[in-house]
Design a protein around this ligand. Structure first.
Ligand code: SAM
Ligand code: SF4
Length: 323
């Protein structure tokens, strides 16, 4: 079993399979980075899987594939199948912008994918384009329809930004409610890579907006999920992901693995340790030792709660860590 230095059980690995992306979201990767990790430095699926097996053997039962945009990586279904064939009952999910999903949702489900989190920030083509800096909405909505049609469970991630999509909170909520998908509104997490001019909404501001139209009941955090759930009178539940809140990290159960083999213990901080050499040599024992070292040093909490960390913005690039 994997336990970190603060007694938290780690049973969830988020694995980023590429840092590259076909969008340029204002809050994540507004400009193409000056430097991409060279393709030869990316771990193969076999190498990533070798590390995942170490985790699974120690009780990891939830794996999320993310990026950059994970659907850009060829043969993702084969990677999912490797994980699925290794052990029954692993909860395998993907976080995607869904731009490329339409043609492959069925193949991913057949390989063992259970769930998808899809990012959708606006239902207006021009606002979606303003945020992603590309005309994306039609493809994204078609991707969502396809995922639902093939029977995948879908949750929607949405980042409200002041003066851009903040007036669409109710519309996005109702779109998801109609389709029986949970929406999770994510507070914008300040970082040095994002467009300097954007400002997010705090969870409380998002909830206040929804309260103008609906009576809400507080439900609470569901297990180790970062989302705090609220319920409308008709039973529909939505979530708020509020890393600026002080209790956000108490139940953190996850670590992140990047496409080049760095294990990241906390989304906020720069610290990481590499398992690249270990998995390239097939040295399971060495990979396992690095993992234990990372867990020993996993920070107690992020610093987004320091309201806001103007002077010391997080260096972390969401497109590298996978959010
Ligand atoms: N490309 C995929 C996507 O957009 O869903 C997966 C990777 S993306 C980094 C994962 C999640 O991180 C997305 O839901 C995105 O909205 C969120 N995200 C990225 N940058 C963020 C930021 N600065 N603050 C809050 N959420 C962010
Ligand atoms: Fe790409 Fe996702 Fe980042 Fe947007 S949030 S730039 S889709 S990695």
């Amino acid at each position: 079993m994997l336990i970190d230095g603060f007694g938290r059980r780690i049973n969830y690995i988020r694995v980023s399979v590429t840092e590259r992306c076909n969008f340029r979201c204002q809050y994540c990767m507004p400009e193409k980075p000056f430097f991409w990790v060279p393709k030869e430095n990316l771990l193969t699926f076999e190498e990533l899987f070798l590390f995942l097996k170490v985790g699974i053997d120690e009780g990891v039962d939830k794996i999320r594939i993310t990026g950059g945009e994970p659907l850009l990586r060829a043969d993702l279904d084969k990677f999912i199948r490797m994980i699925n064939d290794y052990k029954d009952g692993i909860d395998i999910a993907i976080t995607t912008n869904a731009y490329l999903l339409k043609g492959i949702a069925n193949k991913l489900k057949d390989a063992g994918l259970k769930r998808l989190n899809i990012s959708l920030d606006s239902l207006k083509p021009e606002i979606a384009q303003q945020i992603a800096q590309k005309d994306v909405l039609k493809n994204v909505l078609e991707g969502i329809e396809e995922a639902l049609k093939v029977g995948l469970k879908v949750k929607i991630n949405s980042v409200p930004l002041k003066g851009i999509n903040s007036n669409e909170i109710i519309e996005l909520l109702e779109y998801c409610k109609d389709k029986k998908m949970q929406i999770r509104f994510i507070e914008y997490m300040e970082n040095i890579h994002a467009n300097k001019n954007i400002k997010g909404l705090y969870g409380k501001e998002i909830v206040d907006e929804i309260r103008k139209k609906y009576h809400l009941k507080k439900i609470g955090r569901e297990g180790n999920s970062p989302a705090f759930l609220y319920e409308l009178e008709d039973g529909y539940r939505f979530g708020i992901i509020d890393p600026h809140k002080h209790d956000f990290c108490e139940s953190c159960n996850r670590i992140r693995l990047t496409a080049e083999g760095n294990i990241i213990p906390c989304l906020y901080f720069d610290e990481a340790m590499s398992i690249a050499q270990a998995v390239k040599k097939g040295d399971v024992e060495a990979a396992s030792e690095v993992l234990r070292e990372v867990l020993k040093n996993k920070p107690e909490k992020n610093r987004w709660d320091e309201n806001p960390p103007e002077k010391e913005l997080s260096n972390r690039a969401f497109y590298q860590t996978g959010g």
